[in-house]
Design a protein around this ligand. Structure first.
Ligand code: PEP
Ligand code: MN
Length: 285
């Protein structure tokens, strides 16, 4: 390979100069549009997911997140409701006209998750699971590719290249923090990667300040900073009872905090020239 050429090609700006826009049933991600994907870390029960989904729909949020298959550091932690979680999430999203974003942890689950999800998420622990990336390159649905917690920009873009090279060009990158010497935050949210990715790749990039910081109070400032850095959107964890959440309660926003953040993003969006899903004039609460 020509030494001057980047090791990745299909994801590069040289290959395609115009921004990729990922199309969804209820909107799109990328190119001047600012999307918010929100929901609980994990789907826990029917009441929880429907309550959160209804709340989000009143704020005009179009993308519902939630884990049904959860990659947990400890085997003793809640592992997710699995297929039941997928079904509950699908029902809630359909009722409130939203798209579903959820993680697929294993190659043998791709078909099942694709049956219920609109966007399939690859978690940080799986960014270099090349079998999984190849399987996702063959599906006809967008893939949200989280950055590996110890991965370089080049490794991340090469992981995306696996998906594009297999035939699926609907990829959204997600910066979710990397592991550094700092232990005061759960991860170190690398916002400087956002404008760098934008210059090197045509793919949309969003930011997840929930996994990125692990601390509820840091979510709003880092969300606004992500918009300022040029991100195409956010992935946010929100819960109706964060203190009782079965996973990631400490980084889950309360409803009031989430609503306040949406209003602030709306204001900031007019300054940064971003069109938003959530038009505060239409907000019902
Ligand atoms: C999540 O989104 O809940 C999650 C587990 O993300 P990550 O893979 O970034 O840790
Ligand atoms: Mn989480």
């Amino acid at each position: 390979m020509d030494k001057k050429r980047k090791p990745y090609q299909l994801v590069s700006r040289e290959w395609k100069s115009e921004d990729t826009i990922v199309k969804l049933k209820h909107g799109h991600i990328g190119s001047g549009h600012f999307s918010v994907i929100a929901g609980p870390c994990a789907i826990e029960n029917e009441d929880q997911i429907f309550t959160i989904c209804e709340f989000l729909s009143k704020l005009n949020i179009k993308l519902l997140r939630g884990g049904a298959y959860k990659p947990r550091t400890s085997p003793y932690s809640f592992q997710g409701l699995k297929k039941e979680g997928l079904m509950l999430m699908r029902q809630a999203a359909d009722k409130y006209n939203m798209d579903v974003v959820t993680e697929v942890m294993d190659t043998n689950l791709v078909d099942e998750v694709a049956q219920y999800a609109d966007v399939l998420q690859v978690g940080t622990r799986n960014m270099q699971n090349y079998q999984l990336l190849r399987a996702l390159s063959k599906i006809n649905k967008p893939v949200l590719l989280k950055r590996g917690m110890s991965s370089t920009l080049e490794e991340w873009l090469l992981a995306a290249e696996y998906i594009l090279s297999g035939g699926n060009d609907q990829v959204i990158l997600c910066e979710r923090g990397i592991r550094t010497f700092e232990t005061a935050t759960r991860n170190t949210l690398d916002l400087s990667i956002v404008p760098l990715v934008k210059s090197l790749s045509h793919l949309p990039i969003i930011v997840d300040p929930s996994q990125g910081t692990g601390i509820r109070e840091l979510i709003a400032p880092m969300s606004l900073a992500a918009m300022a850095a040029g991100a195409d959107g956010l992935m946010l964890e929100v819960h109706n009872h964060p203190e009782e959440a079965l996973s990631d309660g400490a980084q889950s926003l309360y409803f009031d905090q989430f609503k306040d953040l949406i209003y602030r993003l709306q204001e900031a969006g007019t300054f940064f020239g971003k069109t938003l899903d959530f038009n505060t004039e239409k907000i019902l609460i």
